[in-house]
Design a protein around this ligand. Structure first.
Ligand code: ATP
Ligand code: MG
Length: 413
């Protein structure tokens, strides 16, 4: 009874098989079937080598047979092949069972599954090998990387220098571009300011030709007057260039000057034009007001406004052409210059745009759209004043407001 229980206990916890003396299977338990994948029917009567793995060398089996045939117990770990081609490992104990005459009756093999252990050990071994490999190459790699780093360091300085050089080039190009742009603007402004004196010169020369043609004695005086006039205009033009050379210099010193003298300067450049187009300029000056800024630029503002009125008079074919220029003090602190014409005014759709650069309603041969833009730059930026526009009665009115100069500086007017 006890024996049967032992047998059951062993069979339930182990993989058990029995073979005859030739290795033919005579018994397998359920565990054997489970691990090998074969059914009992497929196994019984077959040689035990049905689960032999091709990897296992012949000598191993020889040793097994030698051992068990000499009636000794064979203990070993065996690699086997299941029906589905997978490998399994078992710790095997093969015991020869002897009969009463001490002859081998059969062999009984008791095994337990160690596949998982073997695989774990294998992967552990593999990891160990990898680690070993890693360790052995580590030094090499450190040496290699140190070398690379050293090379990188050596070229770093050079590359930084190259980049700095590139940036410097870029800066230079940008600087050049900015310079060209402001030079372009300056040339545009000079061209704008020269247009009026040039036409003035044209008129003077035309007059001189007429005087010369008449050949009357009185003409000599007129001739010299015209000659002087032309010289003054030329002087004005070269001054314009000087002014613009300074135009972009934020540190140029400002001067105190009388509005009256600035107006006189402007008159030099526009009087022929006014006469020619039969424009009456009515000037009302309260007293000799002194302001601080740049006199020639201020007269350019006046010239620009007069020219704009002239163009408008021509365009509107105005009959009775009048410009009212009123210069007075306001609040004791400000000078107000009110410039009014009767040339029809400015369309309300565009009145907000007239101070924008290059805004013009005129043909390209007449206007560039820079006049009022420059005027506003001069009044706002250079003289910290304001210039505004509105339509009044039959024309426009420009209002300029600048601070009066109260210092005891000499005003040359
Ligand atoms: N007194 C005015 N009467 C009517 N329209 C004017 C008057 N002044 C200026 N404008 C309008 O404002 C626009 C801009 O004037 P601005 O002086 O800036 O340029 P422009 O006279 O057209 O050209 P530029 O002065 O450069 O030769 C003019 O084209 C015109 O339409
Ligand atoms: Mg203009």
């Amino acid at each position: 009874m006890r024996l049967a229980e032992y047998k059951r206990a062993i069979e339930q916890s182990n993989i058990v098989s029995k073979t005859d003396l030739d290795g033919v299977i005579t018994f397998v338990n359920d565990e054997f079937c489970k691990i090998s994948g074969y059914s009992k029917d497929e196994l019984i009567g077959k040689n035990h080598n049905i689960i032999r793995h091709p990897d296992v060398p012949q000598e191993v089996f020889k040793k097994l047979w030698d051992t068990i045939k000499s009636k000794k117990t064979y203990i070993s770990t065996v690699k086997n092949l299941a029906k589905d081609g997978t490998t399994f490992y078992v710790n095997t104990t093969v015991i020869p069972i002897l009969d009463e005459d001490d002859n081998i009756d059969e062999f009984i093999a008791i095994r337990y599954d160690i596949t998982r252990n073997v695989f774990l050990t294998k992967s552990l071994q593999q990891k160990e090998e990898e680690l070993e490999n890693l360790n052995s190459t580590l030094e090499d790699r450190v040496v290699q990387q140190t070398k690379e780093l050293r090379e990188l360091n050596a070229t770093l300085e050079k590359r930084v220098q190259e980049e700095v050089e590139k940036n410097r080039d870029k800066d230079r190009v940008l600087f050049q571009q900015a310079r060209l742009a402001s030079m372009g603007e300056m040339i545009g402004n000079i061209a704008h300011q020269w247009r009026q004196p040039l036409s003035e010169l044209g008129i003077i020369l035309y007059k001189m030709k007429k005087i010369y043609k008449k050949h009357v004695t009185k003409s000599e005086i007129d001739f010299y007057e015209s000659y002087d006039g032309a010289k003054k205009v030329i002087k004005k033009m070269s001054e314009t260039i000087e002014d613009f050379r300074n135009f972009f210099n934020p540190h140029r010193p400002s001067e105190a000057f009388s509005i009256k003298s600035s107006l006189d300067d402007a008159m030099l450049v526009v009087q022929s034009t006014l006469q020619r187009h039969e424009i009456e300029l009515k000037v009302k000056i309260q007293d000799n007001i002194c302001i601080k800024g740049y006199m020639s630029e201020f007269s350019q503002v006046l010239i620009n406004m007069i020219n704009n009125s002239k163009d408008a008079f021509i365009q509107q074919k105005t009959d009775n052409r009048v410009i009212n220029l009123e210069i007075r003090k306001f609040d004791d602190n400000y000078a107000i210059i009110s410039f009014r014409d009767n040339a029809g005014g400015i369309d309300k759709d565009i009145i907000d745009k007239i101070f924008e650069p290059y805004f013009t309603t005129k043909h390209a041969s007449i206007g560039t759209g820079l006049g009022l833009y420059m005027s506003r730059m001069i009044i706002q930026n250079s003289m910290h004043g304001t210039i505004t526009v509105e339509n009044v009665d039959s024309g426009v009115c420009f209002l300029i407001k600048v601070l009066v100069c109260k210092e005891k500086e000499r005003c040359d007017g």
